[in-house]
Design a protein around this ligand. Sequence first.
Ligand code: F0G
Length: 490
Amino acid sequence: MSCVNNSTNNGKIVFFSGEDIPLEMHKVRMVQRIQLLPVQERLAAIREAGSNTFLLRNRDVFLDMLTDSGVNAMSDNQYAAMLRADDSYAGSETFYRLSEVLQDIFDTRYFLPAHQGRACENIIANAFIKPGSVTVMNYHFTTTKAHITRLGGTVLEVLGDASLEIDSDLPFKGNLDIAKLEKTVNEAGDNMAFVRIEAGTNLIGGQPVSLQNMREVSAFCRKRGIMLVLDASLLADNLYFIKTREEECRDRPLADIVKEIASLMDVIYFSARKLGCARGGGIMTNSEKLFKKMRDFVTLYEGFLTYGGMSVREMEAIAVGLRETLDINVINQTPIFVEALGKELQKRGIPVVTPFGGLGCHVDASRFVDHIPQEEYPAGALAAAIFIASGVRGMERGTMSEQRNPDGSERLSEMELVRLAVPKRVFTLSHMRFVADRLGWLWENRKLIGGLKFEEEPETLRFFVGKLKPINDWQERLAEKFAKDMPNGI
Ligand code: F0G
């Protein structure tokens, strides 16, 4: 299998007509039936779900763009590998196969398996966070922050100011600002636990970190003796942007770039629901000391050291999926479809995060529904409205996804986004056009959308299972208008 593509156009096939559209570099051999319910049934479904798209049932969803987590299409080779999985509580051959692949790709000696990304975060937090600890990162992720704050630690963010601007042409909005990093670390003093770089920075729109920035952060951490952790869950998208936006990497093999990134870090962890396109996770390091600090938490929370809560079938699929991550024609699939969708939305005047990132297309709810105050969860309201208008399930990434301040007051998010995730190799170009078409209708009717309020609000990670209510009958009015505008109410 040729995994590394060195061609200068990074695998992009150009159309003679000059059209700029994404091309699938795979064929579809198995399909899953989906259905688009009429608008009144969509309305009933979102009401039943407490206006929270996490609580919708899949049978009611047309295009599931909630996340790319655990729902990327797997390859024929991944399925084939699953059949040879070696099931055993201890000493499974599958574990050694996966460890070897990781060592080969990342040059790391030690591997701790865990059942998904947040399980790695739980282990890392338990090993390195105590009350008063400070962690510094480009930006938090929901589960990362929850694990750190639960143990009495604090999360401080050091993105550059311009990274939070929605309309931008900054190629690496995920970069850490070195001056801010230095200042924050100085202030933290002895409480400094670790610095964390999140590849493909999720909550600001799947925005990448440059290799050059990783080098600078690593040099700073090494000089100051601070542990550097990479969250590699979204590394595949990030690698694509390093290859296509960082001049020095244009002709460099992906395998080489990954090895350099890994050499800059002390600990790397990943959700294999994203990286490797299966379901699982793991932590890698070259330090025996760090490995031993984390190891006991694997046996305590996850399972024995040779499976860590994962099914061995998934581990086999991850091993193959990780190797496929070094193929530009595999990792380009999300970014090129995100861009295609983003451009269609822009054509209709819909505000989206730019430059287009990985993971999904991010709609700016603060402008889409600028009449809804942040306390009424504009991004949550827009996600519910999108479902009513299209059967498309997106995800709120705004104030609903924040945790309240310790005094119970609302912590308003810096961004109010609805993420329309693009799982790898799952949707086609006509699906993207459908999404843009329905959002175009919604954009024209945006004033009908109203706010939400919590009816049932969990204390931790409330966005997952919290239930909300519309502040008035706006959802009914939106559905009625849709039924009037669309020929058959679908
Ligand atoms: N880190 C990042 C950057 C993530 O995006 C995620 C998950 C995790 C850690 C946690 O991994 O889900 O396997 O426990 N992101 C998913 C998403 C949930 O939809 O963006 P996990």
